[in-house]
Design a protein around this ligand. Structure first.
Ligand SMILES: Cc1cc2nc3c(=O)[nH]c(=O)nc-3n(C[C@H](O)[C@H](O)[C@H](O)COP(=O)(O)OP(=O)(O)OC[C@H]3O[C@@H](n4cnc5c(N)ncnc54)[C@H](O)[C@@H]3O)c2cc1C
Length: 393
């Protein structure tokens, strides 16, 4: 085709090079499942939190182990399958559900797969992939969140056992979980080499689930304050190396941030599309509101932000999947995707006018749910610290 014949093709499929036909088939099937079986319950689950059967159903469908090896019941897919899941889950219109599932698939179970013993994989990873066990991850404490090294939960060796004391807060799935991947301090004098991860069964004596915490958004998820009072676990509950828990959890956080960033971009895209449709239906002063130049420019700004975040997320995921450890770019992707998602949701409320403030249109909920992403998994300020320090500052 001669260059002079070229016409812009705005409707062209925009499949990124990291995805192939199999990813697209997976995308279609997850989307169909989410729209048919999960989305219809979104309103109810905002009130009640989502039920545990979602884990079992997703386990049956193979969606809780997309990237795990077949020998553990996984699908043996590549890292991009996780991105596809995070993106397509946004069709549930239920941020709290998406977060609860992501904590299980991409936060609590990856350390077991990577650092766990064969026995731990059989006992925890295999049933987690089936959706028979539900997991949670305990890093944050009432007195230490951003400052992970400042945690106080102690695990003290006593013969063949460890005795754990401390508390964790804001723990997603904390009320429903069968086990927790717990960050503890085993040697307070050893600095970053004094931390150890444990897998702790939540029905052990001394594990106390306090009341459900009430939140601004993500209402469909359960968020727990947990106490550990003289909880005795065997030595076999140590996950990974004794003393290497800080390094293990920093690795985990990179995957958590990538998945969070992918979810942010997808959620921003979805609320953008719904608002675009609304702007063509809603009229004011004799024309659709989308046809005012000011509104058109709002969409142009939002689309540019979403596309820039998407490219950063995919390119960084590609590096991560190819064995690099691009902590700086993961931090950038997490920071940028969370920020633009909140900005987009906020602008979409504005474009909806009064309707944007009403629950019925489900834009305010998107904003409330997305707002968490500038705080959870490392705040904006912590991401800026990681990025800034990476330049030797
Ligand atoms: C709904 C929800 C679900 C969550 N789920 C989980 C979970 O499943 N598991 C889990 O372990 N945690 C979970 N978290 C906790 C979350 O990761 C923390 O809230 C987050 O890391 C921030 O820690 P913090 O709340 O203690 O804030 P703080 O660390 O007290 O920070 C307060 C403010 O100080 C700023 N600040 C702190 N340090 C610096 C610094 N060095 N430079 C500049 N500014 C700084 C922060 O950016 C922030 O603005 C969840 C939180 C929420 C709200």
């Amino acid at each position: 085709m001669a260059v002079t014949d070229l016409k812009p093709d705005h409707g062209a499929a925009r499949r990124h090079f990291i995805f192939n036909d199999e990813h697209e088939q997976l995308r279609e099937s997850i989307r169909a499942f989410v729209i048919k079986e999960l989305a219809p319950h979104a309103e109810e689950w905002e009130e009640t939190t989502f039920p545990d059967w979602v884990f079992r159903r997703m386990g049956e469908l193979g969606l809780l182990g997309l990237c795990y090896p077949e020998e553990y019941g996984g699908q043996g897919g590549d890292y991009y399958c996780s991105l596809v899941l995070a993106e397509e889950m946004t069709n549930s219109n239920c941020g709290g559900l998406n977060m609860g599932i992501a904590v299980h698939t991409d936060m609590a179970t990856p350390p077991i797969h990577v650092f766990g013993t064969e026995e731990q994989k059989q006992r925890y990873l295999v049933p987690s992939i089936k959706g028979e066990l539900i997991s949670c991850l305990g890093i944050t404490e009432p007195d230490a969140g951003s400052d992970v090294a400042g945690i106080k939960t102690r695990a003290v060796r006593d013969g063949d056992e460890y005795v754990i004391n401390g508390s964790k807060t804001y723990i997603t799935n904390g009320h429903r979980a069968d086990y927790i991947v717990l960050v503890t301090k085993t040697d307070p004098d050893a600095g970053y080499d004094g931390f150890t991860l444990f897998i702790v069964d939540m029905d052990l004596p001394g594990v106390i689930r306090e009341e459900k915490l009430r939140k601004m958004g993500m209402h469909a998820s359960d968020t727990a304050l947990l106490a550990f009072q003289d909880v005795r676990v065997p030595e076999s509950a140590v996950l990974g190396e004794v003393g290497k828990g800080f390094q293990h959890i920093m690795w985990e956080l990179q995957g958590e941030r990538m998945i969070g960033a992918a979810g942010c971009v997808a959620a921003a895209q979805k609320v953008f599309e719904r608002t675009l449709a609304y702007s063509l239906e809603r009229t004011a002063f004799g024309r659709p509101i989308g046809k005012f130049q000011v509104t058109r420019h709002k969409f142009a700004e939002m689309a540019t932000k979403i596309e820039s975040a998407r490219q950063l997320v995919y390119t960084t995921a590609w590096r991560f999947a190819n064995g690099e450890y691009p902590v700086r770019e993961i931090s950038m992707a997490k920071l940028h995707a969370a920020r633009i998602a909140v900005e987009v949701a906020d602008e979409c409320i504005q474009i909806h006018g009064g309707a944007g403030y009403m629950k019925e249109y489900n834009v305010e909920r998107v904003w409330r749910d997305l707002r968490l992403n500038r705080i959870g998994a490392g705040t904006d300020e912590v991401m800026l610290e990681v990025i800034g320090r990476s330049y030797g500052l």
